[in-house]
Design a protein around this ligand. Structure first.
Ligand SMILES: Cc1cc2nc3c(=O)[nH]c(=O)nc-3n(C[C@H](O)[C@H](O)[C@H](O)COP(=O)(O)OP(=O)(O)OC[C@H]3O[C@@H](n4cnc5c(N)ncnc54)[C@H](O)[C@@H]3O)c2cc1C
Length: 316
């Protein structure tokens, strides 16, 4: 059997790397399988202005390089590969990448989430230059400007209401003639003096060379094309947690997020942190905070007498 580790962390974004720093400093010699998208979501952004400790702001990739360096400094072992399979039905747990098998007494899941995008070439090109999936992260860059939010669910309503506090005007573009969002949220948006709604409209193209200048929308009923000037486009059509690996082994909710109690999952000895279990806050600082919690929970679980007695053969 493969070497037995105390803890394997799956995912190398803010949550997984913070868990690694804490686990390494607790002498657990963690192995982090960080995935090919090492660094996580912040690798695709530019300025991060709300991570405490960086009063002038920091570039997303630079921040993640600092996280990695800090984890490595305490002896965390980083492996750049995607996990293709896990087995948490019996202890020790099994984790597989394409070429390797890993065994561990405990596992911390930090595989994050991915924003859903419209799938337009112009949207991809201008991501980080006015196209965003996070009003809390990027809204402040567009103070007193006119902005567009795309979507019709609760997230889109939240983004629009948040941005209305910052922007001079917000236009919500929605492809149907009513919102999917809860009535109370929808009513707040519709009644808001700074928010306009463009019903029955689909974004066809984001326009701008280096930064967003406008969006082209097509009326889904009449087919008419209209250009809406805007400094930024906030795409709020949902997030998908990266949980395919864990389905049928660990409890997930209706939207696919791992169900946690603190950071404990439905499987004893398996913990989850960051966006993979958080549909609400989705920030680097909250992901890091829960990564710290997951490492401390794993450490205490490994130390617990109940676990000692059930796995005495693993403790030298
Ligand atoms: C464009 C953009 C801008 C943002 N700006 C900000 C901001 O300014 N401030 C802020 O606080 N937050 C910001 N966020 C949100 C923030 O990035 C996330 O909340 C945070 O990254 C979540 O951290 P995480 O560790 O849970 O997951 P992620 O960052 O998503 O990391 C997930 C990790 O899991 C790995 N992984 C996934 N699947 C596998 C697998 N099968 N095997 C192995 N590894 C796997 C990936 O490789 C990655 O390393 C932004 C997000 C985006 C998309």
């Amino acid at each position: 059997m493969a070497e037995l580790h105390e803890v394997i962390i799956i995912g190398g974004g803010p949550a997984g790397l913070t868990a690694a720093i804490y686990a390494a400093r607790a002498n657990l010699a963690p192995v982090i399988i960080e995935g090919y998208a090492a660094g996580g979501q912040l690798m695709i952004t530019t300025d991060v202005e709300n991570y405490p400790g960086f009063p002038e702001g920091v570039q997303g990739p630079e921040l993640m390089e600092l996280f990695r360096g800090q984890a490595e400094r305490f002896g965390a072992q980083l492996i750049t590969a995607d996990v293709s399979r896990i087995d948490v039905s019996a202890s020790p747990f099994g984790v597989w990448t394409d070429g390797e098998e890993y065994r561990a007494k405990s596992v911390i899941i930090a595989t994050g989430a991915s924003a859903r995008w419209l799938g337009l070439e112009s949207e991809t090109r201008l991501r980080g230059y006015g196209v965003s999936s996070c009003a809390t992260c990027d809204g402040f860059f567009f103070r007193d400007r006119e902005l567009v939010v795309v979507g019709g669910g609760d997230t889109a309503m939240e983004e629009a209401l948040f941005l209305a506090r910052i922007a001079s005007k917000v236009t919500v573009v929605h492809r149907r003639d009513e919102f999917r969002a809860s009535r109370i949220m929808a009513e707040r948006v519709i009644a808001h003096p700074k928010i306009a709604v463009r019903w029955n409209a689909e974004v066809e193209r984001v326009i701008g060379d280096d930064v967003v200048e406008s969006v082209e929308v097509r009326d889904t009923v009449t087919g008419a094309v209209e250009v809406i000037p805007t400094a930024a486009v906030f795409v709020a059509i949902g997030h998908s947690p990266n949980t395919e690996l864990f389905i049928n082994q660990i409890e997930v909710d209706g939207a696919g997020y791992i169900v946690t109690n603190g950071t404990r999952t439905s499987v004893d000895g398996v913990f989850a942190c960051g966006d993979v279990q958080d549909a609400i806050y989705r920030q680097a600082i909250t992901a890091s905070g829960s990564g710290c919690m997951a490492a401390m929970d794993a450490e205490r679980w490994l130390d617990s007498s109940a676990h000692e007695s059930s796995t005495t053969q693993h403790h030298a």
